[in-house]
Write a protein that binds this ligand. Structure first.
Ligand SMILES: Nc1ncnc2c1ncn2[C@@H]1O[C@H](C[S@+](CC[C@H]([NH3+])C(=O)[O-])CC(=O)[O-])[C@@H](O)[C@H]1O
Ligand SMILES: O=C(O)C(=O)Cc1ccccc1
Length: 271
């Protein structure tokens, strides 16, 4: 196992002025996420639990913006092969995909990672779950609604979208509190004030967070009949959205079959 490299990207004299998912980021990425994303591992396990509850046997789970494949590995370890569920990762960074392929080799054809740009056309086949784990935030805000709509249209009946994002505070008065708490989080994990400041500048116009309410509105506008929040830490938030059935209005779709293949108890038709 190659030793995990410590993220020193913004401590170096050749620190990037604009953040890009290139080789130098991929080299330290797993350590960067662990030290820069609050509850990253806990959220991973929450996503695994949601996938176990919503993924349908014989279908696909898509991880869009899969990076080095860490989340896919956790899902592939948790979901039994006999459920015949395949995990498809997509990313537009060759450096990330190279690391993902190495990390997922042990799972054979249960896991596949492909190159693709979420700003362009998207083909999702036989998808019961789609995941956007800290990915949508990197798309221009004007392109996000279209992607969410394409995802909603591609999902199987009873399908689910799991969206985790860095967010802005809903209340402007609290924004400074949330941001300062986040930077304190980074300092507590060994980042200097200079590294934090340089990364903030490099992420300007690259990572564009929206308030949770705007994310919920985009999900509802995309046609998801049920939207809920399953995680929140200051300016980080996790949403789960279930595909509503055509003509069902705001009624949530009947719950999908759990990944284990055991039939769920029939949900009572809501009155
Ligand atoms: N237009 C795009 N098309 C495809 N991929 C893109 C695009 N823009 C960015 N990406 C990819 O989205 C990922 C965002 S990281 C996701 C973490 C992962 N989900 C995880 O659970 O570890 C989160 C972060 O860095 O904070 C990177 O791999 C980019 O290459
Ligand atoms: O928002 C930030 O300041 C971050 O550091 C989040 C982040 C984490 C990993 C890659 C890019 C941005």
């Amino acid at each position: 196992m190659t030793p995990r490299k410590r993220d020193d990207l913004f401590a170096r004299d050749d620190a990037p002025e604009k953040f890009e998912f290139n080789e130098s980021v991929a080299r330290v990425f797993d350590n960067m996420l662990e030290r820069s994303v609050p509850f990253y591992k806990e959220c991973q396990q929450m996503v695994v639990a949601l996938v176990e509850a919503t993924a349908q046997p014989g279908t696909r789970v898509y991880d869009l913006g899969c990076s080095t494949g860490t989340l896919i590995r956790e899902m592939a370890r948790a979901v039994p092969p006999e459920s015949d569920i395949r995990f498809i990762g997509l990313d537009n960074s060759d450096a990330m995909l190279k690391k993902a392929r190495r990390k997922l080799k042990e799972f054979g054809d249960r896991c596949e990672v492909v190159s693709g740009d979420l700003n362009g056309p998207l083909e999702l086949e036989n998808a019961s779950v789609v995941i956007l784990n800290y990915t949508l935030q990197f798309l221009p805000p004007a392109r996000r609604q279209g992607l969410l709509k394409r995802i909603r249209q591609s999902l199987l009946p009873g399908g689910a979208l799991i969206l985790i994002e860095k967010v802005k505070a809903e209340a402007a008065a609290l924004a400074p509190v949330f941001v300062e708490r986040y930077y304190a989080y980074k300092r507590e994990r060994g980042y200097s004030r200079m590294e934090i400041s340089r990364k903030r500048e490099a992420l300007e116009e690259v990572l564009v967070p929206l308030p949770p309410g705007e994310n919920v509105t985009m999900l509802e506008t995309a046609g998801f009949g049920t939207v809920d929040v399953f995680f929140k830490w200051f300016n980080f938030c996790g949403f789960v959205a279930l595909r509503g059935e055509a003509g069902s209005g705001s009624q949530p779709a009947p719950g999908p079959q759990p990944a284990s293949g055991k039939k769920r108890a029939k949900t009572r038709k809501s009155r």
